[in-house]
Design a protein around this ligand. Sequence first.
Ligand code: DHE
Length: 519
Amino acid sequence: MIQRIVSSREGLLLAALLLVPACALADPVQDYATHCAACHGGDRLGGTGPALIPDTLGRVRGIDQVIAHGRSLTQMPGFQDQLSAQQIGDLVAFLKAPLAETPTWTTADIKASREMARDYTPAAAPVFEADPMNITLVVETGDHHVSVLDGDRLEVLDRFPTPYAVHGGPKFSPDGRFVFIMSRDGWVQKYDIWSLAEVGRVRAGLNSRNIAMSHDGKWLAVANYLPQTLTILSTDTLEPVKVIDVTARDGTPSRVSAVYQAPDRRSFILALKDAPEIWEIATDPDAGPFHDGYVHSYEKGATEAFGAQQGLFARRRIPTGEPLDDFFFDPGYRNLIGTNREGTKGVVINLTSGGKVAELPLPGMPHLGSGITWDRNGHKVMATPHLNEGVLSVIDMTDWTLVRQIPTHGPGFFLRSHETSPYVWADVFMSERKDEIHIIDKQTLEIVRTLIPAPGQTAAHTEFTRDGKYALVSIWEDDGALIIYDARTLEEVKRLPMRKPSGKYNVWNKITFSDGTSH
Ligand code: DHE
């Protein structure tokens, strides 16, 4: 068994609080403990919610408004009924005050946190009879577990504990045998699907966003908010092989919104939260050289490149007009679509030239990370939900035009389909009609049916089995369920009780980069 390592973070907070005059902070400290600590950590270094310290809040505006009214699209509620304007003001001042010690998480800390399971012995072949390529992992956030589902018999083969607050898609090794799971507090867990056993875990950051697998399965990149780094782990040993400080060309440190795998380019692509740059990190030992820029040397009478990097993990900067995040890639990873901070438009950047190819009219916070693609009238199209508007945008990826905006019963979060399915499954999770799932025809772009899997209960996130025969929907409640539909007839086949199931990930669909899944 693996013992979860508790760091000295709680101690850090205590020290921070003790060093601040008690009279000045008595109330905000209490208010923080009562209203904020459960999600943002007793030490303000983050939990399910992000860290609340100057290093991460520095560029965030309107914190008082966020505390009062909450943040739409996130799980942050508003507190205006519980806290007065004075209390909110004091709380903002408290959050903006630096901790007594700046939190650090060095390569040595990462190494020291590494725990490999002592009782793990790799199996020579899968220890079950099911098709290992048709395994679907179900993340159950209610009690921090993952269920391992046999996609043919629709039975749970194993259920194992995960680190706290898993976020984003787990990433599989290219052969589908191992899976890596990340939690918002920076832990990365490695699990062997063949052996149905945990291999180990390591804390790659204090406050992390997501992970990405290299094209060859050797490296796992972890995007961090805190510290402002990208941690690269060996997938074999979970040891940190490189920790890259993320600092823009002008010296501004930046959080990493997300890291994406770009297997066709043999690289990782990074979205920088606080700088107008996209980074590409090579996973190819022969990459580069990439230059940060050019200067004219009057002494030598020539223009010289500076900041050159070459080989494995070489970094290439792609300057953009404004910070972009929430990326989607076209097939072949030639172009990237990102959104601006305000979520008012989409920008298409050619990853080879770094130039802007197009701008897309995508108001209402498009959630490109949930985008999926399919073929329609000989064209590849992509669809994205919008977190602020009850609409799905369908974009033609050959000429970057908007094909249609499909009105839905409210804003949703996730889309899924499968090559064998004529339908897109779209939730409306962020709306009052959160118990509905729209079934949309991929050719006519019409909603052909709306399912209500469990009336009054949140239905969100669909995944298909390997062959597309079944569609699995989460009833996203603590006393929830996984509802399995026949993907062709849209009839319910089975219901498995689960604890707040969130994302689901089929091995085959993920390792083959199926059109119907977000990557
Ligand atoms: Fe997510 C994926 C960002 C809030 C559940 N989410 C992702 C990804 C990004 C992202 C960049 C793609 C990473 C990947 O899979 O490698 N999410 C964000 C946010 O910026 C946002 C809006 C605010 C935040 O708090 O970070 C946000 N996300 C949420 C939630 O509140 C959700 C609904 C509940 C939760 O668990 O936190 C949530 N996000 C998910 C899930 C995925 C995800 C289940 C994987 C979807 C998939 O099918 O691949």
